[in-house]
Design a protein. Structure first.
Length: 674
């Protein structure tokens, strides 16, 4: 794949959309058409595929009984005809509002057009006739329409509320249009539009402003987009509408599956245009994953009969570099907002604690056995254990903590383990596993058993196995259970010793917590002073320690560990990024690389190159597929987040013998080297 094509958002299932709020002149359609044209050209210049305008935007919403004046209606249609001629060279699909006479009745309509061709006309279904609204005085409701077609500006086009507009060159771009009040009723027409396949829902609105209404719009639009697993674009009337008895704030919104992507400045005095890049592949994946969406389609099959699909060619600009204009979090498991991050940490911590308490109570167990290495994962697991026994009214001495130095344990981590257990107040014991490991190596006739410096996988796993073997036998002696400390990132990468190693425990508390989030959890405990001043200091020391299995000798007393885990498996911050987008959304490797490049390789804080991203993604894919057998039989552990878990009883069921070849091939074909 060429550089330009790889760096083009449309290549990866995104589509750019625009919400336009024109500054209009009330009852002056020709002026308003020119303002609309200027915004449409601006949307095209930004390579938007779709541009949404406001309700009755060619006339203004507040014309009241002027809507029954033939001059205004004729001028409105003439302005539309001129707009069609003037926009004939623009491929951006536009949706504008105007009043239309159909079968001797007047309808509040949205006209969908592209390159001067009308694709369809959608009448407003529900007319508010309460409070300050009197639409029933001028207009007919869409369900009263008889005609299925309308002739307008010399063109004949489909007419009705049950229309979908589908891009033939991007089948995931399927659009439904509704108007203002349609989105506020108990069952909006767009609900059926989504069930009929629409991924992008458009609402041309007027929506005057009153106290608190903007917040309600956010709730309404956001929740509706989430419930429909769709994108929802909303454009409300702004400057130029009559202030006889109402005020207008020009509120434009773009939501995708409950997430706000873009918003206009409210109460602006000039025309506005905002753009957002929608992830259509993400929406498709969510609809496939949430099987109840499909069940709902089946349940309402009769209501979806007779819907008409109007095809068009979006003419997406695929041959040029077109960077993504969308925030992609570097750490998708970790909120960037400090307040939200603290709340996430508090919630995750409490999920882990409550799950452990339930397991202990149901098993009638009051002793917890845990290996404490002085590293990150066992530190957090010990913190969870401490909180759990506190809730159960048990003494901290119910936690039996063991640090088990081996051939490569650094003075730094050993000191941290001992200080941490002292700060927690748990029972603490040090067991030197080197004698038993040496005996095992001798029994195996391994060179290291004869004193030779052969540090292979057998040498490493003998130590990991001995530690776990000790912990299980200690649990037998004391009537306790072994608490697993391994995290989600390690499970994804297979960075754990299978069977009688750190892969196994009686109950794992960290198995759905990724490494990137683990660091913030430990820091949150330190910052909130939950373990006292001495405890907080040792937590900060642990956070500053190189992540390492400490299985190969090297370094010296007080030094950083000799081994670096990330030198083997890649940076956890990138591998967690890869895991999230593969596990949560099932994205192609090339799309994951595109997102990683946007998040990590561009801007003033760029940290990696595209070559780095590709290399580490290759490592991730190879290790992820090769180590499924380890995940097929993991111990019980609570799921903590919607980002997924890898338990075969939870989010991830996969064969242990699947090949990564297709994923690696897609990555190689579609991601350039630089």
């Amino acid at each position: 794949m060429s550089q330009d094509r790889f760096h083009n958002l449309y290549t990866h299932g995104f589509v750019r959309v625009a919400v336009c709020v024109p500054k209009l002149r009330l009852a002056d359609p020709r002026h308003n058409a020119q303002e609309t044209l200027a915004l449409l050209r601006a949307a095209h210049a930004q390579r938007a595929a779709v541009a949404l305008f406001t309700e009755l935007g060619l006339t203004g919403y507040t014309c009241d009984d002027l809507f029954h004046q033939r001059v205004l209606l004729d001028e409105s249609e003439a302005a539309l005809a001129q707009l069609l001629r003037d926009s004939a060279e623009l491929p951006t699909l536009a949706v504008v509002g105007l009043p239309l006479r159909v079968d001797e009745r007047l309808f509040n309509c949205a006209v969908v057009f592209q390159r001067g061709r009308i694709l369809g006309v959608v009448p407003k279904t529900y007319l508010p006739n309460y409070g300050e609204f009197y639409e029933g005085r001028q207009f007919n409701a869409g369900f009263n329409a008889i005609a299925g077609e309308v002739t307008l500006a010399g063109q004949t086009a489909p007419f009705g509320s049950e229309l979908l507009f589908q891009a033939e060159d991007q089948p995931l771009l399927k659009i439904h249009v509704e108007i203002c009040e349609d989105g506020w009723v108990p069952i909006p027409p767009s609900t059926y539009g989504a069930l009929a396949g629409a991924t992008v829902l458009l609402n041309l609105s007027a929506s005057n402003i009153t106290i608190g209404k903007a917040g309600y719009r956010h709730e309404l639009v956001g929740l509706h987009s989430a419930r429909c697993l769709a994108a929802y674009l909303y454009s409300a009337a702004g400057p130029g509408e009559s202030s006889n008895d109402m005020a207008w704030d020009g509120h434009g919104l773009v939501y995708e599956n409950g997430t706000l992507l873009a918003e206009t400045e409210r109460f602006a005095q000039d025309s506005q245009l905002i753009t957002a890049d929608l992830d259509l592949e993400r929406l498709q994946h969510e609809r496939m994953r949430m099987t109840t969406f499909g069940q709902t389609v089946g349940r309402h099959r009769d209501a979806l009969q007779g819907w008409r699909v109007v095809g068009f060619t979006a003419e997406l600009p695929m041959a040029e570099t077109l960077p993504l204009q969308r925030h992609v979090p570097r750490m998708p498991y970790v909120p960037s907002n400090p307040a939200q991050r603290d709340e996430r940490c508090r919630e995750v911590f409490n999920i882990q604690v409550q799950a452990l308490v339930q397991r202990l109570r149901s098993a009638g167990i009051t002793k917890l056995v845990i290996g404490v290495s002085g590293g990150l994962d066992s530190t957090h697991a010990l913190l969870v254990c401490a909180k759990a026994v506190d809730l159960m009214g048990l003494p901290r001495s119910s936690i039996l903590g063991y640090t088990m130095p081996g051939f490569a344990t650094s003075g730094r981590t050993l000191d941290q383990a001992l200080r941490l257990m002292e700060a927690i107040g748990c029972a603490s014991q040090q067991i030197d596993i080197r004698p038993s490991c040496l005996q095992m190596l001798k029994d195996l006739n391994h060179p290291a058993g004869r004193g030779e410096a052969v540090y292979d996988v057998t040498f490493e796993n003998v130590q990991a196995g001995e530690r776990t073997n000790h912990l299980f036998r200690l649990a037998n002696m004391h009537g306790g259970i072994v608490i697993g400390t391994g995290d989600l990132s390690e499970l994804a990468l297979g960075w754990c010793t299978y069977g009688v190693g750190d892969h196994m425990s009686h109950y794992g508390v960290n198995a759905s917590v990724p490494k990137t989030l683990m660091q913030y959890l430990v820091r949150w405990v330190a910052d909130t002073g939950q373990v006292g001043e001495a405890g907080s200091q040792v937590l900060l020391d642990i956070l500053a320690t190189e992540i390492s299995p400490e299985l190969v000798p090297g370094g010296g007393e007080g030094q950083q560990p000799a081994q670096s885990t990330e030198s083997f498996v890649g940076p956890y911050e990138l591998q967690d990024f890869n895991l999230f987008h593969l596990l949560r959304y099932g994205f192609d490797p090339s799309k994951i690389a595109f997102l990683a490049h946007h998040a990590w390789c561009s801007g003033e804080h760029a940290k990696y190159s595209l070559a780095d991203v590709k290399k580490h993604l290759q490592t991730f894919l190879k290790r992820f597929f090769a180590n499924q057998f380890k995940r097929t039989c993991v111990p019980n552990s609570p799921k903590v987040g919607s980002g997924g878990s890898l338990s075969p009883r939870g989010d991830w069921r996969a064969p242990s013998d699947a090949s990564a070849a297709a994923w690696l091939g897609e990555l190689e074909r579609n991601v350039p080297e630089a």
